[in-house]
Design a protein around this ligand. Structure first.
Ligand SMILES: Cc1ncc(COP(=O)(O)O)c(C=O)c1O
Length: 413
């Protein structure tokens, strides 16, 4: 690829048709097909056409969503989609938010704002928390002593007993419990932490409650998903990743957070921006995260929510939940071959060969992926390598799932 795409600095113009052809034939095909119906690896990215149109339009107009004066239109769309997401997640009126590049930067933004609000202290998370969260804490200067990684329970959820014990130990050791981060849909197994109980503890201890719903948060749009994620609306800050399960092209993450927290943390007033101050009801998004010049990520969400309607998006999410359940049921009809390690939970099922060598899982996933039929990856749960399907693409069929599982079993070449 480097030979085809690289070479010396192009001092003189190159035919753009040729460059476009190279992009289309060499560069762009070499990437994961995250929106293919048989892409079950990691977290798929089933993007939607209406969102792509919104994104193109925004880029074509070179939208800027930094200040009200610089772009009140883009800022308004961002406020609108944040308000729609607030209502859908049933967060209190007045909740604020900001769009970000993804879950990693949205959580980092939330942690900075939480610390500005409450002051630093100890953070509690689990061994199933996405690794971007401890990384964000590390980069914000939290030391290993400030971050308590609690062992998850047998269902890969935060253990309330472990959390209570750790908080009590820290308090008696003169340390200040500051924040619990819960997960609404872990990447590994789709499990959700006991959000209601964690919210009660945070309220009692006057701690910040952050929820990482980057993967699973949108499941709360469905009745079934809301059952799994009960308590999600009690967070002080919640991260969603519309480029995962809200069918957006990369990139767009979203942070919903208590009113005032972002601007308390991120406001800045350089001399040259003094005359582009927002008035009442107007928002300078540069004051809501570390980004000053920022493109508008809102048009794609706005466009797709209007074009499809949230009902249809809700049905598409429900379909993803059902597909994982279908996969689980199918695995259970072959108990001689497969063992279900974690049941289908909001779009993820993990499974293992009944009498297989765990290392074989990675090899089988690779073989099926290399064949071009489907993309599957393994993960590790409490030291055991298992196979995993993430089924959030609404275009996936039951036959796609059967065909993939049968190939993983070696039943079809
Ligand atoms: C649960 C969870 N949190 C956070 C992230 C990080 O999000 P992003 O890749 O958008 O930065 C991911 C990514 O897969 C995730 O699954």
């Amino acid at each position: 690829m480097n030979a085809a795409l690289g070479g010396p600095v192009p001092e003189l113009p190159v035919d753009p048709e040729e460059s476009l052809a190279l992009l289309a034939s060499v560069a762009l095909p070499h990437q994961q097909r995250g929106d293919h119906p048989r892409y079950f690896a990691r977290v798929p990215g089933p993007s939607s056409f209406a969102a792509v149109l919104g994104e193109w339009m925004g880029t074509g107009f070179n939208t800027i969503a930094a200040s009200w004066a610089g772009g009140s239109g883009p800022a308004t769309i961002e406020l609108v989609v944040i308000e729609w997401l607030r209502q859908l997640m049933r967060f209190p009126k007045g909740t604020e938010g900001v769009l970000a590049s993804g879950g990693s930067s949205a959580s980092l933004t939330a942690f900075s704002a939480a610390r500005s609000t409450l002051g630093a202290g100890v953070v509690y998370l689990t061994d199933q928390t996405h690794s971007s969260l401890p990384r964000a804490l590390r980069e914000l200067g939290f030391t290993a002593k400030d971050v308590r990684v609690l062992e998850s329970d047998d269902n890969y959820k935060m253990s309330i007993a472990h959390l209570e014990r750790a908080i009590a130990e820290d308090k008696s050791g003169g340390r200040r419990p500051f924040m619990v981060t819960g997960t609404a849909g872990t990447t590994n197994a789709g499990t959700s932490d006991p959000l209601e109980e964690i919210a009660d503890i945070c309220a009692r201890e006057k701690m910040w409650f952050h929820i990482d719903g980057a993967y699973g948060g949108p499941a709360a749009l469905t009745e079934q998903g809301r059952g799994y994620l009960a308590g999600i609306d009690r967070a002080d800050s919640l991260v969603l990743d519309p480029h995962k399960w809200l069918f957006q092209p990369y990139d767009v993450g979203c942070l919903l957070i208590r009113a005032g927290a972002l601007e308390r943390c991120f406001s800045m007033k350089p001399e040259y921006l003094k005359d582009v101050k927002a008035g009442a009801g107007e928002v300078d998004f540069r004051n809501r995260s570390l980004e000053l010049t920022r493109r508008s990520r809102a048009p794609k969400l706005w466009m797709s929510m209007r074009t499809y309607g949230v009902n249809r998006i809700r049905e598409a999410i429900q379909r993803g939940i059902q597909l994982a359940e279908f996969a689980e049921d199918y695995l259970r009809t072959h108990p001689d071959v497969w063992e279900v390690v974690t049941p289908a939970q909001i779009g993820v099922v993990c499974f293992a060969l009944k009498n297989g060598n765990p290392e074989d899982h990675t090899l089988r996933a690779k073989k099926v992926s290399d064949s071009g039929y489907a993309s599957v990856t393994s993960t590790v749960l409490k030291g055991q390598t298992v196979l995993r399907l993430c089924t959030i693409n609404p275009l996936t069929t039951e036959d796609d799932i059967i065909g993939t599982i049968n190939r993983l079993a070696g039943r079809v070449e």
